[in-house]
Design a protein around this ligand. Structure first.
Ligand SMILES: Nc1ncnc2c1ncn2[C@@H]1O[C@H](COP(=O)(O)OP(=O)(O)OP(=O)(O)O)[C@@H](O)[C@H]1O
Length: 310
């Protein structure tokens, strides 16, 4: 019998450099004290939250809550948006977040608490925001693939850093792994030509450091990369960071945390709902801090795809 009033929590014990499993008993006590009617389940491996969120939506849980970081949220929204629900495109499920991640860019963009205790109280909020999602489509060995994202996707330096971080994190966790991956990428990375088309505008080739397709404004663990991006405005902010040298990049880097980098002469921002990206060189794409794949990509906006508890 479906229980339309219940909340399902999907917990990634590995999020927050493995600290989420340890923090769970405390979070659980908070939820119990608040009288929240919930069930919970732990993920067992990367990708598992997709299947769990899909099952929860199909079982008619009213709220599905990601307990983890940006990667967990990404998996949960992929489950919700691929669930077989009879009244599509209306999403009858509300997404909640108890952030235990390290980067926390989606919750920063959304403006909901980063602190897990405050996030538990926040689940009682009656306010919802219709948030757009992004759909990424590409081909892998001739096979069509797709994946949703909610906060930001990018090609170039950020994707290469994400890839380096995934490798370094096998040996070392926490902020040190992030600093090392930026350093390693900075050392070996060369700006590359990327062909980009935004909506019906003319296709252009630019030599770039990165192109970031932002739905939310924060990115890379607290950088205000697209200061004017709004999660529900039905457009992406497309940030092109052009052919910038390494010294110039290091000098301009602090500006990204204040959001003042967008006035830099080699940075441009435009708004669009459909973007295609390709390159004659290796083009890796990251979305919500996870590596998606390599190749040519089409990213399209799905307006108001998710109801988020705010
Ligand atoms: N049970 C599990 N064991 C190991 N890894 C898991 C498990 N469940 C999910 N994962 C993976 O853990 C990774 C990290 O999760 P997540 O991004 O939520 O945490 P984080 O990296 O600490 O946070 P943030 O991205 O906000 O910095 C994701 O790639 C996810 O697929």
């Amino acid at each position: 019998m479906p229980n339309s009033l219940k909340t399902k929590l999907i917990i990634n014990p590995a999020a927050g450099s493995g600290t989420t499993a340890r923090r769970w008993p405390h979070i659980k006590r908070q939820l119990d004290e608040l009288g929240i009617n919930y069930e919970f389940i732990f993920t067992e491996a990367p990708g598992h939250a997709i299947a769990l969120a899909k099952e929860a939506a199909e079982a008619r849980f009213q709220n599905v809550v990601a307990v983890g970081g940006d990667g967990t949220i990404n998996e949960v929204i992929n489950g919700l948006l691929t669930a077989a629900l009879p009244i599509k495109p209306l999403m009858p499920v509300d997404l909640g977040v108890i952030n235990t991640g390290t980067g926390s860019d989606f919750v920063r963009s959304l403006g909901i608490p980063r602190n897990p205790d405050r996030a538990c109280h926040h689940l009682l909020s009656r306010q919802r925001l219709k948030v757009d999602a992004g759909l990424i489509e590409w081909k892998e060995n001739g096979e069509a693939k797709s994946r949703y994202f909610i906060n930001a996707a990018g090609v170039g330096f950020d994707a290469e850093t994400t890839s380096a971080k995934a490798k370094i994190s096998r040996l070392l966790r926490g902020p040190v792994s992030y600093i090392l991956s930026v350093g390693a990428t900075l050392f070996g990375y060369k700006n590359r030509p990327v062909k980009i088309k935004c909506d019906e505008r003319q296709e252009n080739i630019h030599r770039v450091l990165s192109i970031i397709i932002a739905n939310g404004s924060y990115f890379g663990g607290g950088m205000k990369v697209a200061p004017d991006a709004e999660l529900g405005d039905q457009l992406f902010d497309v940030l092109t960071i052009g052919d910038i040298g390494k010294v110039e990049l290091i000098q301009a880097f602090p500006r990204v945390y204040r959001g003042t980098h967008i006035t830099h002469p080699k940075v441009s921002v435009e708004r669009a709902a459909v973007i295609t990206l390709s390159s004659t060189e290796r083009l890796l794409l990251q979305a919500d801090g996870e590596i998606i794949g390599e190749g040519a990509f089409r990213l399209s906006l799905v307006p108001g795809a998710l109801n988020v508890i705010i």
